[in-house]
Design a protein around this ligand. Sequence first.
Ligand code: FMN
Length: 439
Amino acid sequence: MVEASTFRDVLAQWPSGVTVVTTVVDGVRHGMTASSFSSVSLDPPLVSICLDRRLYSHGLVESSGVFGISVLAKDQAEVARRFAGMAGDVADRFDGETWSTAATGVPLLDSALGWLDCRVLHAYPGGDHTIFVGEVLAGHAARRTAPLLFHSRGWGQFADVLPDVATLADSGLVNSLASRGEIADSVRRTAHHVGRSGIRVRVADLTAGAPLETLPWGGAAVEAAADADHRSALVESAVQARQAVDRGISVLEFKADGHDPRSVERAAVLARELAGDEGTTGRVVILEDAFALAGNEPALAAIDVLAHSGATEICLDDTSGAATPLQVRALLQDAVGLARPVPLRLRLRDKDRLGLVNVLTALKSGVHHFDTTLGGLDGAVATEDLLRLLETLDVTTPADAVALDRVARRLREHPPGPPAPSPNGTSASTAHPTPMPSL
Ligand SMILES: Cc1cc2nc3c(=O)[nH]c(=O)nc-3n(C[C@H](O)[C@H](O)[C@H](O)COP(=O)(O)O)c2cc1C
């Protein structure tokens, strides 16, 4: 027979989730931490738990014939300790908790990731334990976060996994250069090189209503990027979208105001409409100020609407630079799963030099697509900086880092002038003294 200590040591190497098993007898509720929970059958829905026959809880489940399973979340190690009797003298393990009841009347923790309400169907002897098989009468998946894990006698959670591949798009370069008085040819050339290096470039912003051909740099810039999938246009109506598609731009971007559910609905309607147009390969809805909304709920509600709209990407825009690593983490924790299968894209600012830290947090939270601006011209994370970060993290991208770096270096050596004056006339000069040389 295996030695008891060896047996325990091997078992300790087996990682598991953590639940609280609850029951109620004559109106008196009780709960204990259990990791022996397992699914048994889908049809009928059956689960099992193994309880030590010497435990107080064992007698209660045996006599009540009912039990609840509350699956704990990664931030609930304290709850697990309390219900395992590891928190010292606790008069009532339910202190500080709220709970609901369903079919059987057992308490089901509101703070849990989810719960199952069960009636004991079988009780099989299992050495010093009893294997209770329960028929699941009701269930609820409540929180969309990661589970608490137990391994090697310690609490843990899933490690963050970096993606194998990430993609970049540049949505600020052309507008930034044009607004700084850069001559059309120079804008075209720079956009061309960025596009050729494998990065999608936003070549036109049609939202001001001017036809594409009349933009001083627009017409030329359309041909800039290497292929149709590597150029995009910002539009706000089906008419503008048609104009872009007719000029060979198949990826269309349009904005939704995260503060305004009607604006989100309008973007969803446009995405749905364009989904029927064979000329478009991409419909990117940009959710503005995604990180500056009060709490995460408005952004999550918007993502839920957009994920069912025909959008091919949802871009969370840190429009005012409000994002912090904790906020990025908190929002993406729920947003990535909610948007699925529609991928999320992030456009992050580099405010207070938090840009790349936020990118790293986003990568670890399951986002693989980023919007940047070459040279960080408009305050966004710089395309070349992000490429370098991805390289150091061993995350591959379809982009050619060497080619892109060459364009970025030219831009640094020949910086464009300051932005054109805003309508209230605050900026100094618009003329660019020396246009960027050819590469
Ligand atoms: C992570 C973890 C998992 C546990 N899993 C089980 C289990 O599956 N079955 C069991 O009988 N005890 C398990 N226990 C031990 C019980 O939670 C513990 O003995 C508890 O105090 C029993 O409560 P009671 O004495 O009020 O019945 C586990 C303890 C921990 C810390």
